[in-house]
Write a protein that binds this ligand. Structure first.
Ligand code: LMR
Length: 396
C-alpha cells in the first residue's frame, strides 16, 4: 500500500514554519505564517481570554458533547458580531451559524455542503488568494478557477478585470471573496467598488462565499464587518466563514464558524439540518473550550471592551511596524520604493520579493517568508526588524 506513495510537497505556508523550526540560527525570523506576535516576539495570551478562562474554571462545568452545530451562545454571539446585533437576517432567522474548527474548518464545511447541493458549480478564487482556498475546494471535489485581483504594477486591485470576470461567470458559480484584509496581498476594495461587486454578484445569480479571518485588523471590528452586512442586506444565498484565531489570538483552539444566509426562516432551517449532517460525518461536533472562551468574552460587556482594546492594540502595532519597515528600507535600500506597504491592510504585505529573493533571505539570513513574497508584518518587532531590513536590502 505505502510503497507507491510519493512524498507530498511541504505546505506553502505551514511548511515555512516547519523549516523555520528546524533552523538553529538564533537570529532567525518567521515572516511566513499569519500569526501576530507582540514586540517581544511572543504570541500574546489576551487578558480578556485569561479572564474568561478564569470564569470558566470557576464554573467547573462537565465536558459533555456540544450540539452538532456548536455552543448556542457562541453561534448567537458570532451572528451578532458578523451580521450586526440589529441585523434583519438574524432577526428573521434567515441566517444560520455553526461553530467550526477554525476558519479553515468553516471553509471545508461550506465546500462539502456545496458539493452535496451544487456539485457542478464552478468555484472562483482571487488571483492570488490564500493558498489553502484552492486546495480546500479541490479536495471537496470542485474545479477551482481564478478571477483577476491583484495588479502588480499599481500594487492595488485590478478592479476592471475583476468586474469583467464576474460578469462572465456562469450563474450559480461560487465566488470566494475576502471580506477584509485580503490574504495575501493586503489590497482591499473600496466601499464604492464593493457596491459594484455586490450588484453584479446579486444580479447575475452568483453565490458569494465571504472569508473573514482578519476582522478587526483592517480599520476596526465594525468597519471590517461592513462587507458581510452589505451582502446580507442584498439577500441570500450567502456563505460566511469567520475565524477567531487571529482576533482572539486563539490559534491552537481552532475557533471559527460558518454562517449561511437563506431566503426564509423555513429554508434556513432546512439548510441547517443538512449542514449538521456534513458536520456529523466530518467530526461529529466541535470542541468546547475555545467556543466557550469567545462566547464569554463577547457576551460579557467588560470583557468585550477589553477585547476590543486589545485587538486595537494589535492593529496599531502592526501599522507601526509597517511604518518602521518603510522608513527603514528608505535608508537601507534607497533605490527601492516600499511606500505601498503603508496602503496594505491586515497582517500581510505582498512585498514584491521574488521566489529567488525569498530563497536567499531564508538560506543566507534565516528570514522566512512565503515563496510568493508575502511577509507577515505582524511578526516584525523592534528587536528583529533591523536584521530583516538589512537582509532585504542585501537581497534587493
Ligand atoms: C496564513 O495565511 O498564514 C494563515 O491563515 C494561517 C494558515 O492556516 O495558513
Amino acid at each position: 500500500l505505502f510503497s507507491a506513495i510519493d512524498m507530498a510537497p511541504r505546505d506553502p505556508i505551514l511548511g515555512v514554519t516547519e523549516a523555520f523550526n528546524a533552523d538553529t540560527n538564533p537570529s532567525k525570523v518567521n515572516l511566513g505564517v499569519g500569526v501576530y506576535y507582540d514586540d517581544n516576539g511572543k504570541v500574546p495570551l489576551l487578558a480578556c481570554v485569561q479572564k474568561a478562562e478564569a470564569l470558566l474554571m470557576e464554573k467547573a462545568a462537565p465536558r459533555t458533547y456540544l450540539p452538532i452545530e456548536g455552543l448556542a451562545a457562541y453561534d448567537r454571539a458570532v451572528q451578532d458580531l458578523v451580521f450586526g446585533a440589529d441585523s434583519a437576517v438574524v432577526r428573521e432567522k434567515r441566517a444560520i451559524t455553526a461553530q467550526a474548527i477554525g476558519g479553515t474548518g468553516a471553509l471545508k464545511l461550506g465546500a462539502d455542503f456545496l458539493k452535496r447541493f451544487s456539485p457542478d458549480a464552478q468555484i472562483y478564487i482571487s488571483d492570488p488568494s490564500w493558498e489553502n482556498h484552492r486546495a480546500l475546494f479541490e479536495s471537496a471535489g470542485f474545479q477551482v478557477n481564478t478571477y483577476p485581483y491583484y495588479d502588480a504594477n499599481t500594487r492595488g486591485v485590478n478592479f476592471d478585470g475583476m468586474l469583467q470576470a464576474l460578469q462572465t461567470m456562469p450563474a450559480g458559480s461560487v465566488v470566494v471573496l475576502h471580506a477584509c484584509c485580503h490574504n495575501p496581498t493586503g489590497a482591499d476594495l473600496s466601499d464604492a467598488q464593493w457596491t459594484q461587486i455586490i450588484e453584479v454578484v446579486t444580479s447575475r445569480g452568483l453565490i458569494p462565499f465571504l472569508d473573514m479571518a482578519y476582522q478587526g485588523f483592517g480599520e476596526g471590528i465594525e468597519a471590517d464587518g461592513q462587507v458581510v452586512r452589505r451582502f446580507a442586506d442584498a439577500g441570500g444565498p450567502l456563505f460566511v466563514s469567520n475565524s477567531f484565531s487571529k482576533s482572539f489570538s486563539l490559534y491552537g483552539e481552532r475557533v471559527g464558524a460558518l454562517s449561511i444566509v437563506a431566503a426564509s426562516a423555513e429554508e434556513a432551517a432546512r439548510v441547517m439540518s443538512q449542514l449538521k449532517r456534513v458536520i456529523r460525518t466530518n467530526y461529529s461536533n466541535p470542541p468546547s473550550h475555545g467556543g466557550q472562551v469567545v462566547a464569554t468574552v463577547l457576551s460579557t460587556p467588560e470583557l468585550r471592551q477589553l477585547w476590543e482594546d486589545e485587538l486595537a492594540g494589535m492593529r496599531v502595532r502592526i501599522r507601526e511596524m509597517r511604518a518602521a519597515f518603510v522608513a527603514g528600507l528608505k535608508e537601507a535600500a534607497p533605490n527601492h520604493n516600499f511606500d505601498f506597504v503603508m496602503q496594505q491592510r491586515g497582517m500581510f504585505s505582498y512585498s514584491g520579493l521574488s521566489k529567488e529573493q525569498v530563497t536567499v533571505l531564508r538560506e543566507q539570513h534565516s528570514v522566512y517568508a512565503v515563496d510568493t513574497g508575502r511577509i507577515c508584518v505582524a511578526a516584525l518587532n523592534s528587536k528583529n526588524i533591523g536584521h530583516v531590513l538589512s537582509a532585504i536590502a542585501q537581497v534587493l
